[in-house]
Ligand binder design. Structure first.
Ligand code: ME8
Length: 530
């Protein structure tokens, strides 16, 4: 399941390295986690469809007090808990059809060695000093807070739980020294944090003086972590350990080499820097402040982009395990299929904003798939069976070519701006236009008049071309259904985006089948029960 890091990228080919957060191995995967992973999967698949090499990384965050406490609560060892939960996450992603190349676990030896080398490098570059931390700590979010942050009720500003008072020896990273460099980087690279609202949030945060970052925990309080190379009585702060996962999986660092040859001075031949860290807005500071300053501290290049998306909420509240309002994506999948869950998540949430999960909206989005795309595929394939013995006819003209090209262009443009929902809206619009074209051309009437034979060929061939383009466009979000559609259209697999406009179609045999998106009536979707 975890496996070693994939081989180095081919320097001559365009490539992208995408990451999801690594999820805490203390709770079950829910719809929020599924959203991030599927969003990243869609970006990765879209790039592959466009001819790029991709490294797509996900995994589990397995150290720290939160995991230690959860294991104690369940009466198992931390490692047993992590083994169980890593398995659950990996199984969930498999069932939700994600195409990650690497599933990393922070308890892997390779990762522990990279974290150790990273900390040693910081130490040698005089980026770390010893001091005393006295203040407040939220175990749930694994964050220190100041008196000001927690207010008179002493509650964590993120999760609202009670914080604990700690006073302990800690090692600190000289994060404050990098504040100006970070601000400059964000100002000079307006697309570094997207969407804009998140960029502004970080710039606002950086208007206050930035403190140093405690990067260790005494073993007397937290023993489940990676030991510091320069002090065996302390383990690395779990966020520092976790963020480094992105570097471990890139293959940039070889912790077994001499310090000068470990890769900190030259990342060529590896996947570093990441092209995009996809995260939820809850973990923006750790990714847009802690992580880049740590990288500056060891002299490594920064990731190229951070995409911070919004939250799935139920009513007004963020969906989260601790609130008990989580929706199980695997249960939805059992009734409607994987691709329908993927479609709902991608189409319903404007990338970057919050969205509310409701069963009614889920059904409405499913109907769109079934009645527009599924219906188009069924009727076109069935008419070719009926009027042309199941063989795609030749045609001199394509009545939908301009629409198909426009849809491809709009989808690419929207993807380029990370507006995934808009990209798929453009794809669905093409399916709608093609259904309109059927009504307008009336192939059933053309079939009755021998003088209309060429016109009927044109109608049917244009529709098969549109379906071929739709197959390529929908593949990132509905991969298994689009493979099935490609098979029914007699194609040799789902074509790449560009090829979908030109792959020869005439003479191919189409195959009928059950509806791609059948009518479903699970108990909860019955009238009055939703
Ligand atoms: O924070 N809506 O892990 P985590 C949308 N281990 N996305 C949601 C969501 C919701 N309601 N709830 C969770 C951690 N997510 C750390 C990360 S990375 C180096 C370490 C998604 O298990 C979203 O991507 O709490 C969020 O950022 C992430 O899950 C938090 O997962």
């Amino acid at each position: 399941m975890s496996g070693a890091s994939p081989t180095s990228p081919d320097a001559k080919r365009p490539r992208s390295y995408y990451t999801t957060p690594i999820y805490y191995a203390s709770g079950e995967p829910h719809l929020g986690h599924a959203y991030t992973t599927i969003l990243t999967d869609v970006l990765a698949r879209f790039d592959r469809q466009d001819g790029r090499d991709v490294l797509f990384l996900t995994g589990t965050d397995e150290h720290g007090q939160k995991i230690q406490d959860e294991a104690a609560k369940r009466g198992v060892t931390p490692m047993e808990l992590c083994d169980t939960m890593a398995e659950r996450f990996a199984a969930a992603w498999e069932r939700l059809g994600t195409s990650h190349d690497r599933f990393i676990r922070t308890t892997e030896e390779e990762h522990k060695a990279v974290v150790t080398a990273f900390l040693q490098r910081l130490w040698e570059h005089d980026q770390i000093y010893e001091g005393t931390y006295s203040g407040w700590y939220c175990v749930h979010d694994e964050r220190y807070w100041t008196e000001k942050d927690i207010g008179p009720d002493r509650l964590c500003p993120i999760c609202g739980r009670e914080v604990i008072r700690v006073e302990e020896r800690n090692y600190f990273f000289r994060m404050s020294a990098w504040q100006d460099a970070l601000v400059r980087h964000i100002e000079e690279n307006p697309e570094w944090i997207v969407p804009d609202i998140r960029r502004n949030e970080i710039l606002g945060f950086l208007r206050q003086p930035l403190g140093d970052l405690s990067i260790s925990r005494p073993k007397s309080r937290v023993s489940w972590g990676i030991e510091l190379p320069f002090d065996a009585e302390h383990v690395a702060y779990v966020w520092v350990d976790a963020l480094i996962n992105y570097l471990t999986a890139s293959g940039a660092i070889d912790p077994t080499a001499e310090p000068s040859a470990q890769g900190f001075d030259d990342v060529s031949g590896s996947w570093w820097p990441a092209d995009m860290h996809v995260i939820g807005k809850d973990i923006l500071t750790t990714h847009a402040v802690y992580w880049p300053t740590l990288l500056l501290g060891v002299g490594l290049p920064l990731p190229r982009q951070i995409l911070a998306h919004g939250w799935w909420v139920v009513g007004e509240t963020k969906m989260s395990k601790s609130l008990g309002n989580v929706v199980d994506p695997l249960a939805l999948r059992e009734d409607f299929g994987t691709d329908a869950v993927r479609w709902y998540l991608m189409r319903e949430m404007p990338t970057g904003s919050d969205a509310s999960y409701t069963p009614e909206r889920f059904l409405a989005r499913y109907d769109e798939l079934a009645n527009v795309l599924g219906n188009l595929a069924s009727r076109v394939i069935s008419m070719i069976g009926k009027y042309r013995d199941g063989v795609v006819p030749e045609t001199a003209a394509d009545g939908l070519a301009a629409d198909a090209e426009r849809a491809l262009e709009s989808a690419r443009e929207a993807m380029g701006r990370h507006r995934v929902h808009d990209a798929f809206a453009a794809a669905m619009d093409l399916a709608r236009t093609a259904n309109g074209y059927v009504e307008e051309r009336q192939p059933w009437a053309q079939a009755k008049d021998p003088a209309e034979a060429d016109a009927l060929d044109e109608t049917l061939a244009s529709l098969v071309r549109a379906l071929t383009v739709l197959c390529a466009l929908f593949q990132p979000v509905c991969p298994s259904k689009m493979e099935e559609l490609a098979r029914r259209l007699g194609l040799d697999g789902v074509p790449r985006l560009d090829d979908s406009l030109t792959v020869p179609l005439a003479g191919r045999s189409v195959a009928k089948g059950d509806p791609l998106f059948p009518r479903v009536d699970p108990g909860w979707a019955s009238e009055g029960d939703a």
